[in-house]
Design a binder for this molecule. Structure first.
Ligand SMILES: [Fe+2]
Length: 340
């Protein structure tokens, strides 16, 4: 199931994709202020939200990621190179995000921003502001690079099967979708254009900066403002960990490799391989709560999910991992910890 939703003020497309059997859903590029609409769509279709994905740190609107996370407990994710400290998961190229019976594949498509990602799911690719319908994202701010964008589109997206449906992050003429084949042949910026021609064309665009860039970029690095309109209180998330963790009754397990663990680890932590689900399950059974931490929060999220699927519900994912903890004391406990 795929729903395409539109925010007129920013011309942003938000997508809800879901597995019809398990009713698990992901939302891509939610917009702040549209959470009620998105939640109503999820409820109307009987869906349970598992992933909140941003294709990149947007400059033209604020993400609704945190608002939806607050409402649903789903994990938020954005490309590792986006420099976000507010998302739970820092995505790398090639990652697979489980959804229902299969997975969303993460494809790094830098250029519009260095951390821009596209998401491939069941023959459909959600391209954010990398590839648009007969266009592409701009590259003149947020450390954009025309050279990188050309390579992302021609080497990563245009190598997908031609019938792959392209769902863009925006369209300013109300067109809904395209295909890889159509864009290869008809995209005026890319069809039969060399890298040099593309870069010259992009350099000549001379676009005005997006109206919301000053507010949107800092807010989006924290997953967007909360529904109240407040900025995300990172310290609150750190306090949650301190409040929740009781060394006498709980276990704190670090899933990073031995070298990283030896170099810097938390006082109460023990190290276990993230793939050793059986051992983690054993630890969970003999403790009140099991807290999992890794480098960025990704391995721990995968392990938390695996344990939840095995019926073990007292596992908490320390979101943002050691990176967030050491960068700004911002560690959150994921709200879906008891899904079992
Ligand atoms: Fe953008």
């Amino acid at each position: 199931m795929l729903l395409q939703l539109f925010d007129a003020p920013s011309s942003t497309y938000t997508y809800i994709l879901a597995d019809e059997t398990t009713r698990e859903a992901a939302i891509i590029d939610p917009v702040l202020g549209r959470a009620d609409r998105d939640l109503a769509e999820l409820a109307r279709h009987g869906l349970s939200l598992r992933w909140i994905l941003d294709t990149h740190v947007h400059a033209d609107h604020e993400t609704g990621a945190n608002a939806l996370k607050t409402a649903t407990g789903a994990g938020t994710a954005v490309g590792a190179l986006c420099g976000s400290v507010g998302h739970d998961c820092a995505l790398e190229d090639g990652e697979l995000l489980p959804l229902g019976g299969d997975a969303i594949r993460v494809i790094a498509t830098p250029g519009h921003t260095p951390g821009s990602m596209s998401f491939l799911w069941r023959g459909q690719v959600f391209t954010g502001d990398a590839l648009l319908i007969e266009g592409c994202g701009r590259t003149d701010f947020q450390n954009g690079s025309s050279d990188q964008l050309y390579r992302s589109i021609t080497e990563r997206l245009f190598t997908l099967p031609e019938h792959t449906v392209v769902w863009p992050g925006h369209d300013y003429r109300f067109r809904a979708s395209s295909t890889i084949g159509h864009e290869k042949r008809h995209n005026p910026r890319l069809a039969n254009k060399s890298r040099e021609q593309f870069c010259d064309l992009m350099a000549a665009l001379k676009l005005a900066p997006p109206a919301q860039i000053e507010q949107a970029v800092p807010a989006n690095r924290h997953g967007g403002a909360l529904q109240s309109g407040e900025a995300v209180p990172a310290m609150l998330m750190a306090r949650e960990v301190e409040r929740e963790f009781d060394a006498a009754r709980d276990a704190l397990v670090d899933l990073r490799d031995e070298a990283d663990f030896a170099a810097d680890s938390l006082p109460s932590a023990i190290r276990v391989d993230g793939s050793d689900i059986e051992r983690l399950a054993g630890i969970a059974r003999t403790h009140r709560k099991l807290f999992l931490i890794c480098r960025s929060g990704r391995r721990s999220l995968v392990a938390t999910d695996a344990l939840a699927k095995a019926g073990i519900g007292n596992v908490w994912n320390v979101t943002g991992g050691m990176l967030a903890l050491r960068a700004n004391s911002a560690v959150a406990l994921e709200a879906h910890e008891v899904r079992s």
